[in-house]
Design a protein around this ligand. Structure first.
Ligand SMILES: Nc1ncnc2c1ncn2[C@@H]1O[C@H](COP(=O)(O)OP(=O)(O)OP(=O)(O)O)[C@@H](O)[C@H]1O
Ligand SMILES: [Mg+2]
Length: 369
């Protein structure tokens, strides 16, 4: 193995799939089939091999196959350049999902150090024009791919902030209690800020080196208008102490990395991403994902697993061919979906291809061309 790849995937009772078994090599994976065949469900299952709620941000209960509703399981063999790991993640009867790595119960956050993963899904088509939350999530997913500890820092921050928000909501007036939580928040927040900055620098550097025919996107991390921009744990804790009265009135924490936003700029057109055409916005996202993958490859030696749901269909033939060439050059196991095989023909035997039927439970391996 020269890259990180899923070499075995077993789904049981996962959404529309009662059972599904795929044996794979490290090449890109193409899944095609009619609407509702279960392609996105498979990508979602793969996304659960990294920490978090997966690419649909669904609850464990929603992912359980409705007909039986007994829970679900995703089992995978992950091959990395130096090791092979068996990952199992499952939920029993709607309970929170659990993770086992090589038969040992493990925290979800540990997945981040086994496999690096990034994705593009159709709902991100509106990423640049909708609220900051989606852009923040996109940034944090890229950041996590560079810094596996980002998952834990985020969890720590969110936990401390939840506790502080509870105090604010209940109008508790306990200086020491606030102070302790604000220090915890500040330590985690400093970590989050550093990780995000580091990710942006790496992505920017990868774009500046060239190597992609997709348009460059300039990225900037920004705070909401008028918000303080403290740097470092000490300043952060100070700002939260200073703004406690404001927060008490609002009943929640108003400032911090949970409010940061990502600005994108289409460099060649000198235009903000939100003002670009739908296709241009998509091209910028692809460009960022590819830059992420190149940067990671130069950092760790292996590109991340990339999930591209319904991405190829939005590109013209020339851009499709460029996308395929760049994916193959990266040697990433990139999972791509589409409703038919035609748009994937230029991949030839550079990809492994599965056809999904509308009713069958089988994903049939097929050759392109
Ligand atoms: N929990 C569940 N239990 C059973 N079936 C489910 C569950 N969740 C979703 N489905 C079904 O899974 C089917 C396939 O969904 P999926 O989104 O994977 O299709 P797709 O192949 O990506 O289709 P499209 O081309 O439209 O994107 C849908 O018909 C949906 O109703
Ligand atoms: Mg789909």
């Amino acid at each position: 193995m020269t890259s990180t790849a899923v070499t075995q995937l077993r789904l049981s009772q996962f959404r529309s799939h009662r059972r599904l078994e795929l044996d794979l090599d490290e090449r890109p994976v193409v899944l095609y089939g009619p609407n509702g065949a279960g392609k996105t469900n498979i990508l979602e299952a793969v996304s659960l091999l990294s920490p978090g709620r997966g690419l649909r941000r669904a609850s464990a209960e929603e992912m359980s196959r409705r007909q039986e509703a007994v829970g679900w399981k995703v089992k995978a063999l992950l091959s990395t350049p130096d090791a092979q790991h068996e990952v199992q993640t499952y939920s029993e009867k709607g309970a929170a999902r659990r993770v086992m790595i090589d038969d040992k119960p493990s925290p979800q956050t540990k997945l981040a150090s086994l496999v690096r993963m990034v994705w593009l899904i159709p709902s991100m088509d509106r990423l640049w024009i909708e609220g900051a939350e989606g852009r923040r999530r996109f940034l944090d997913r890229m950041t996590l791919s560079f810094s596996p500890d980002h998952a834990e820092a985020t969890l720590n921050y969110e936990k401390a902030m939840r506790d502080r928000n509870r105090l604010l909501k209940d109008a508790v007036n306990d200086e020491h209690w606030y102070r302790a939580l604000e220090i915890n928040m500040a330590t985690a927040a400093e970590h989050i800020q550093q990780n995000r900055k580091d990710a942006l620098q790496r992505i920017t550097a990868a774009q500046n080196e060239g190597g992609s025919k997709f348009p460059n996107a300039r990225l900037a991390l920004v705070s909401p208008k008028g918000a303080p921009e403290p740097q470092g744990a000490e300043e952060l804790a100070h700002v939260w102490a200073e703004t406690r009265q404001l927060d008490l009135a609002a009943g929640r924490t108003l400032f911090g990395p949970h409010r940061a936003d990502l600005e994108g700029h289409y460099v060649a057109k000198d235009a903000p991403a939100r003002e670009c055409s739908t296709g241009e916005q998509k091209a910028l996202l692809i460009s960022l994902i590819l830059a992420n993958a190149r940067a990671l490859k130069s950092q760790t030696g292996a590109a991340p697993i990339v999930l591209l749901d319904e991405v190829a269909a939005h590109l013209d033939a020339e851009r499709q061919a460029i996308l395929y060439d760049e994916i193959c050059a990266l040697r990433t196991q990139c999972w791509m979906t589409g409703t038919g095989p035609d748009m994937f023909l230029p991949l030839g035997d550079r990809a492994q291809v599965y056809a999904l039927g509308s009713h069958s439970e089988e994903a049939q391996a097929v050759a392109l061309g």
